[in-house]
Design a protein around this ligand. Structure first.
Ligand code: ADP
Ligand code: F6P
Length: 476
């Protein structure tokens, strides 16, 4: 794959965000920083390896820079005005579709002007993808911000092969039916040749909808639309295991992990949470469970410490601002009630970190807490497992993550039930080391056998991309 003589790309990824964000430093200088979230973590190695183009937004409002190269990828920025950031990104994408697709963890807002902006921006992304693609190219569209793009792109470029992958859950039919203009959204997705989901249930929800909303007749994992076949299947996404391996083998990272443990209080057991500060991640419930364990005397500030990393995310949206206030209040309450001078029960870090620092944290932790109320996959859980080549450490994992289907050797909990989170934490803390090692070994085998490269080759193989691997599933 690569770029043909005419400047068109044979492989084009289209996602709301580019893998880097444009940020302005305190000195007024512009620079590029890695964008937040699992989509970028997962796709970056895929595009880098295939030498493709990435169509997306820079994270800032206003004019877009000219296409440029970074890290072996050709980036083609799509501009968004300040009003579009407000209506398409913060509005329709993150205050309507995001909460509705996450089982109404928060109430979605429905607004006509947001829907109009969403359609206009999706059209712009489709045009940018059409411009970037060589004849008969493969275009891979990603996530809930761009649900209309596959059909728009097909209209502009019937020659290209179109894949779509949804990184977040696809809701049950009765929730999807609450969306205004629901039929257009479904028709948008049906423009793809292959629609991929994180789990089998999501693919089934989608196929049921095609019957209910579009009067189609799905059979097994496919449905005929205007004489074309659209396939819908599960492709659980994964992580760049080789990158994590490289970091865990680095003596500087290992030294940093030891240093972190010493600084946090030597022999205290370390509990760790790493999430974007998002209401789907169950951070409040986790903090409440930890508070209650301290209050019940089941654990003590002398024996345990919690590090909660909360990456800043979508900070202009009211629900995210309110969540931040609630989380910080809960951290303050626990610290106030159970802290000692020089020894805090919670270290709360509202910051982004480099990959090396994150991996050092994974290595230092005794118990990793991943307790979303709903999550399409959750890559943090897989990163933690991949980092633990020492086969130590326990994973407490919410049943409501896609990752739970693969990592069933974790301590699975109902993240909506604080008592059950408490039970999971205690079981993890008190587990026999041999049991922990056996669990970790099984989980590591699963993640290592199904890394991000496996995921991409599986999806592209089913999409029928030339050069697809022999072990990929049967072509669409
Ligand atoms: P989501 O896509 O909802 O953000 P995931 O758990 O699937 O959730 O992916 C999050 C990704 O972001 C992971 O690759 C994780 O390593 C990375 N990440 C999370 N927190 C931070 C942070 N504070 N600094 C840098 N990267 C982070
Ligand atoms: O996969 C979930 C996701 O929403 C991605 O689409 C997105 O890139 C990431 O999380 C981070 O969110 P945002 O781009 O809104 O900062």
């Amino acid at each position: 794959m690569g770029e043909d003589a005419g400047g068109g790309h044979e492989f084009v990824v289209v996602a709301n965000r580019l893998p880097v964000d444009e940020v302005t430093g305190e000195d007024g200088q512009h620079r590029w920083e890695r964008s937040p979230g699992g989509l970028v973590s997962a796709l970056q190695p895929v595009v880098r390896q295939r030498g493709g183009a990435w169509v997306g937004w820079t994270g800032s409002a206003g004019e877009a820079p000219e296409p440029f190269d970074i890290d072996g990828m050709r980036l083609r920025p799509v501009p968004l005005s300040a009003e579009e950031v407000d209506q398409y990104y913060e509005g329709q994408s993150n205050a309507t579709i995001w909460p509705l697709f996450h089982d109404l963890v928060e109430q979605p807002t429905h607004r006509r002007d947001w829907r109009r902006a969403y359609e206009a921006v999706n059209r712009r992304f489709a045009r940018a993808a059409a411009d970037a693609a060589a004849p008969d190219a493969t275009v891979w569209v990603h996530d809930y911000q761009l649900l209309l793009v596959p059909a728009m792109l097909r209209e502009l470029r019937p020659d290209v092969r179109i894949g779509f992958f949804l990184h977040i859950p696809f809701p049950p039919v009765e929730l999807f039916m609450q969306l205004p203009r629901r039929r257009e959204l479904l028709t948008g997705l049906l423009g793809a040749d292959l629609v991929g989901f994180q789990g089998a249930l999501a693919a089934q929800n989608f196929l049921r909808l095609t019957r209910l909303l579009a009067g189609l007749e799905p059979k097994d994992d496919r449905v005929e639309v205007d004489g074309r076949t659209v396939v819908a299947r599960a492709f659980p996404i994964s992580i760049d295991v080789a990158e994590v391996d490289q970091l865990t083998a680095d003596p500087a990272v290992q030294e940093r992990a030891r240093q972190l443990r010493t600084e946090l209080g030597g022999d205290r057991r370390l509990l760790l949470g790493v999430d974007r500060l998002d209401y789907t991640k169950g951070i409040e419930q986790r903090l409440e469970a930890y508070h209650d364990l301290l209050a019940d005397g089941e654990i003590s500030n002398d024996d345990v410490v919690l590090v909660q990393v909360a990456t800043p995310s979508r900070q202009r949206i009211t629900q995210y601002q309110q969540l931040r206030e609630r989380v910080e209040r809960e951290v303050g309450r626990t610290t106030g009630e159970f802290g000692d001078v020089g020894r805090a029960p919670v270290h709360y870090l509202f910051q982004s970190f480099g990959r090396a620092e994150l991996v050092a944290l994974y290595l230092a932790a005794d118990v990793m807490l991943v307790t979303p109320l709903r999550d399409g996959m959750n890559l943090v859980a897989k990163e933690f497992v991949a980092a633990r080549r020492d086969e130590q450490g326990a994973l407490v994992l919410s049943e409501f993550t896609g990752a739970a289907a693969e990592l069933d050797d974790a301590f699975l909990v109902n993240a909506h039930d604080t008592d059950d989170i408490k039970r999971g934490i205690l079981e993890a803390l008190n587990a026999d080391p041999q049991d922990l090692a056996a669990r970790m070994r099984h989980m590591r085998e699963q993640v290592r056998a199904h890394d991000i490269d496996y995921w991409a080759r599986d999806f592209l193989g089913v999409l029928g991309v030339p050069g697809a691997p022999p072990e990929a599933r049967e072509a669409a």
